[in-house]
Design a protein. Sequence first.
Length: 236
Amino acid sequence: MKFINKETGRRVGSKDEELKEHSKKLRDEDPILRNIDKEENLEEFSAMDPPEAYDKERMLGSDYENMNKFIQELMDEHKEVVEKTKIFDEALVAFRESGFVFTNEINIAFNEFFVYFDEHILPHNRKEERHYFRILHDRLIESGEHGKGENPSTAIDLMEDDHTKFIQLASLAFNFLGLGTRLRDNESRAMTFDLAFNSGRELTELLRLHIFREDETLFPLSQQLLTEQDFAIING
């Protein structure tokens, strides 16, 4: 799976030098990571390096019981997303290990995940984007938790970018799976299913990382920065 570098317009791969440069930029500008470094004086990490990103010692940590009900609802929904994502991820691995053979179990797992994605994950993201992200973005700017430049970025820009990538990766995985079933050439069929597998695995990893960062850093930060009036608007 390759992405387009927004600044150079060139494709970058997981082992290219451009990706290393992009990772450094994330470490330098990511408001989530900068906040952790400010609060706890810990080494920053990058979203491009998931094993370190999942290090809970580097996160602010969530306090569910003291969270606003809106945040609690999001966290509850996250738990279900993680479970559904796990089932889909396991089905992807089984699909590849079987030589890309559709068993009844794999077919059911794929169908259920894509339906769940449309009916639950996308509405969940829209709920976050409707008021919560907009208001928190303003509070992050006011508190100084933002990047540099005339149009400074905040953690919200990263979260919204993830939401867009979810749609792109889910569409790629779904369409490659459908295309592969219609190909008669075995080599082309296997190559297409491999693309579907890679897109699907990238989606599941990004979903888990996104949820972890929201639960462990963004939500606790929200509880610190958002006022009762802010939450009244968000819950409304």
